[in-house]
Design a protein around this ligand. Sequence first.
Ligand code: G6P
Length: 599
Amino acid sequence: MCGIVGYVGKNNAVLKLIKGLKNLEYRGYDSAGIAIYNKNIEVVKEKGRISHLEEEIPANLVGNVGIAHTRWATHGVPSKINAHPHLDNHKRFAVVHNGIIENYLEIKNFLEQKGYNFISDTDTEVIPVLLDYYYELHHDVLIAFQKMLKKIKGSYAILVLAFDLPNTILVAKNHSPMVIGLGYDGIYVASDIPAILEYTKDFYFLDDEESAVITDKIVFYNKDFEKIKKTSKKIDWEMDETSKNGYEDYMLKEIHEQPSALIQTLNGIICKDKPISFVNFKIDKKYLESLRQIYIVACGTAMHAGLVGKYAMENLVRIPVSVVVASEFRYQNPIIDNNTLCLFISQSGETADTIAAVKLAKKMGARTIAITNVFESSITREADDTIYTHAGFEIAVASTKAYISQVGIVVALALYMAETLNGLKYEALKTELMDLPKFMSDVISNENVYHKLALKMKDEEHLFYIGRGNDYNIALEGSLKLKEISYIHSEAYPAGELKHGPIALIDKGTYVVGIITDDKIALKTLSNLEEVKSRGANIILVTNQKLKEENVFIIPKISSILSPILAIIPLQLLAYFIAKEKGLDVDKPRNLAKSVTVE
Ligand code: G6P
């Protein structure tokens, strides 16, 4: 989704900003732009890749202050005109913005009546024009900035360059992330830490409705525009994590990092012969006894990890768990009270719908726990407690290692609740969980097998994934991976549901991927596969059973509660190799964004 970078310092801002934007490329975007202050405000923007923008930047464009943006279209098609930065009619203000200004039409009408013109279809353009309107009235940039912030409604992370305020960037944030970093050669500001991590490890995190004026120092303001003091926090991430480390793509690298991601995730939580414990987080027996239900709320892959959590919790803890997509949860008037526990899973910790869902659940009296991969992300400031997944940076848009870590955490949480509630020790399951990384490495090392099959499948138009129980949860995630990166239409179905509709689509040669990892229901799914086979389908099996099929990926046998951690790997690699064979950009699939900060 949209990315923001800004720089005020001693060096040429152009190079800093372009580098920062490139560090954010993984988030997904369709146009990019830059504004530099050097006597005048100069703007260059282009549709398409950052490399395209670079070609258009004149060699003589230099300056020590600038702002830049990668846009992922919401209001208005991807185009040069709709790309950020946006200017006002007098070119006094240049603005980059993430989020959505909900009352932009009302503001636009008001300004049009005052004689202002708009050239783009974006909601963002009202910001510089409104700034100009207030500047005409008050002749003071800071007053204009604060008046503008009072008027706009919605979500925003905004950077402003003002003609009348040299060497300055104005910053504001509401429901969209924004961090400010203190570098050795200047002050950096960005929508995401990785954009500027190579320049600084010292970060200030803006809270909602806070703003700041950055020159050679930073002045922070609260929502009433009173000056406030904030303390910076050290981030101990390494920039190495953001390199491809010899792999062709981030996605392949991240698939290979899954065993170590799981080790990091469970480090300190699960130890042999000791009860499970989480740092800074406890649930006591009395509370668990009082619980009537658990909600797990998330989007995309994180929601699929939630489904695996439901399977583990309902089996081990015997408390009903509902898994709900965050964008539905927030509008469906959920049944929540003090006896409800709500878990929110989000790799980025910035997904707008998931954050809104946390706020709602909290307001309705639930205890809220965020499970996220990103330190100090917005969700951590909303939920009562946070559990970090520690998967390391995940850059490919299609989530792999973050999913594995999320599953690791929800299963560990289920075991923790079960131990606390039942007073039992689940040593066998815990040992299996700790042994998983080495099994995962074995499954990953079979890469060539998945590649060979991908060669045969790359021209397919439709695919089906089926399974029962936890195998269905794996089918959902496997199917999502395939459509995200290969653009092949695929659907996941509970195996038993196939004959209630989708079987009508099975034709000679249609590929159906079956997942069978649970002894209790293995034969049931197998007979569903026979049904499609007899209608001409090609079968692919991911299983831990001794089954004879042409295309079988055998994975080690473990408890059905943990099987997703192994069974998803062949499906990730199959999707990866199919997309590669189609010549697609696996790390940056079309239309998708790594973190979805708008509704
Ligand atoms: C986007 C990403 C997915 C991700 C989902 C939820 O759709 O492309 O990979 O699963 O958002 O993101 P979150 O950061 O909340 O886990």
